[in-house]
Design a protein around this ligand. Sequence first.
Ligand code: PEP
Ligand code: MN
Length: 358
Amino acid sequence: MIIPVEDRFSEEQFQEVESILSEFGCSLSPIQGATRTIYAIRGDEREELMINRLEGLPYVSRVDTIQSPYKLMDIKSELYNHEMLVGGKVLSRDLLVIAGQCTIDPKNPRMFLETAHAVKEAGADVIRGGIWKPRTSPHTYQGSSQAVDILLKAAEETGLPVNTEVMDEEQLQIAVDAGVPMLQVGARNALNYSLLKKIGAITRGKGTKILLKRSMHMGPISEFICAAEYIVAAGNPNVMLCPRGTVPGLDGYRNHPDESITPLLKQKTWAPVVVDPSHSVGRSIYVPHSALAAVAYGADGLVIESHVDPRRGIGDDPKQAITPDVLGNVIADARELFQRVRKYQESYVHQEHPLPSS
Ligand code: PEP
Ligand code: MN
């Protein structure tokens, strides 16, 4: 829909707009109101260049598009029926819990294995463990490929799938070659479109799940969904969206908690929403509240940092990891709440596609 600056386009303006639209296979239809005329675009209006050219015209006030720029991630896409199975659970039907240390300490592999067993005992479905870490300062621990074997050992001992973050193509290739079943794109790389494309292409057809964090700098929700669209368009539809807090942080919290965008995401896209309360609030005492809030907002899953002995952890663990006993309580409450809040989604998410019966 094109909204003119004046009440209506002049004949010349109409012709200029029409000629731009025709280059992209679209046409223009005036909709006359009592005092103003607005103009409908007929045809596929998703072409960004066409919109940019229209918005560059001094007599155009605004262009509102109805079609989404993310045709594969859109809730109306064929992928609506795409089922993702993780750790024996069908996503969106059961709550998925990913838990474990922020960072694997290669000097203390035993501790990571203890954490892995303890989070499994607490009810987690997937073990998380950071091998390579995006650290603000280059002088702090950056991670190490030595930790790959420790992560794989945790998978072998617990029988659970594992998750780790990759930040570049080399790490991506190492993780894929090692058979890591779930890869994380961190908040700092969620806007790295060339990495997103590589992840989609390299994991194509492999069944690898991708947990895409929301960048702390992302604005409109469509920007987050479009980032996932890159991965799906490059060949891997197994994407989960992970709100993890944005900047500027809410005074006292590490970031600005954003679990509240969950219903908005679920209304626009079929992809499961797996919220990270740990990086959002950034302190272990607040994590249970943030985790349950996310489930109340309709999250399909949670990714929670947990450690058997947070004080001896590295990376974020000393400040934001919860112990496995706290995790056990959060998971039990979250699973109960998950069942109770599902009915509220029916009115807006499942109008055309009913909820699968559990
Ligand atoms: C993490 O999961 O440890 C991490 C670094 O996450 P984020 O990218 O959300 O900061
Ligand atoms: Mn962390």
